[in-house]
Write a protein that binds this ligand. Structure first.
Ligand SMILES: [Zn+2]
Length: 276
């Protein structure tokens, strides 16, 4: 599943080339998770603005000359990947969205079709407003300080692993990154979030930032052509300390890494190093 680092790496790859691009045509394949919400012909002649990201959503603002005219909110779902091709071949069976521009063709390939491309008049209006309303703070938002993160954890009684996956205290700590950040912060994944002290919350936030930052750096180095959106987590996973390493020695103490299913997801941890 594409996680926040892959989405950010994708954004960095397409934002520069597409800023100021003129739309020739918007084409749709099979239905995605939600309908586009606007006549595809309405996009012809529009200009793409500066692409931004919120959580795992990308926002492609569109302009009619000097007038803002909403934009496209894009989510990669379970299996989506975006590519920008200069010489686009004919769409394949899993290409369900295409934005042909004078700077290349942006294409969404999504075999499982849980992804979405929806038009919204602005981020503050529907459907964007509802889709973004439940997202927690961005991990690298300077306003997300350790005391604020700690205060947010204090309100939640679920295991810290589940709280991270829910994305309400901070977005972006998907399963791999949640496991790795908890290991790095030496916090047991089953510990109740409201029992975590301020110094430990501080360490956890730093660990979340470090794991996500490292994945973005790895993705940036391996995704030059943006053809494989899963490359970032793949490259990161090969360097993981505990994720996917059940039975292997903990890199810190040598005890075997354990796996337990929590919140329906495989959780990897070291029972020796990660304290309740
Ligand atoms: Zn250990």
């Amino acid at each position: 599943m594409p996680e926040l680092p892959e989405v950010e790496v994708t954004r960095r790859g397409i934002a520069g080339p597409l800023a100021g691009a003129k739309v020739h045509a918007l084409r749709l394949g099979k239905p995605l998770r939600w309908p586009l919400g606007r006549d595809p012909a309405a996009f012809t002649g529009q200009t793409v603005g500066e692409i931004t990201r919120r959580g795992k959503y990308l926002w492609l603002p569109l302009w009619n000359g000097a007038r803002a005219d909403g934009g496209l909110l894009v989510h990669l779902g379970m299996s989506g990947s975006l590519t920008l091709q200069q010489q686009a071949a004919a769409p394949g069976p899993h290409d369900h969205f295409e934005l042909a521009t004078d700077r290349g063709t942006l294409r969404l390939n999504d075999p499982r079709r849980f992804g979405a491309v929806v038009w919204s008049a602005s981020l503050a209006e529907q459907p964007a407003a509802t889709l973004l309303s439940r997202l927690g703070p961005e991990p690298f938002d300077p306003e997300l300080t350790a005391p604020r993160f700690h205060a947010s954890l204090r309100q939640r009684r679920s295991p810290i692993k589940a709280v991270l996956l829910a994305g309400e205290a901070v977005v972006g700590a998907g399963n791999i990154y949640a496991c790795e950040a908890l290991f790095q912060a030496a916090i047991h994944p089953a510990l109740r979030a409201d029992r975590i002290s301020l110094p430990r919350a501080d360490r956890l936030l730093a660990a979340v930032r470090q794991t996500l930052g490292r994945a973005m750096a790895l993705g940036g180095s391996t995704l030059r052509d943006f053809t494989d959106v899963h490359g970032a987590s793949g490259a990161y996973q090969s360097q993981a300390a505990v994720y996917g390493r059940e039975g292997a020695p903990c890199p810190r103490c040598g005890a075997p890494v354990r796996r337990r299913v929590m919140a329906q997801r495989s959780t990897y941890f070291c029972a020796g190093c990660q304290k309740r």
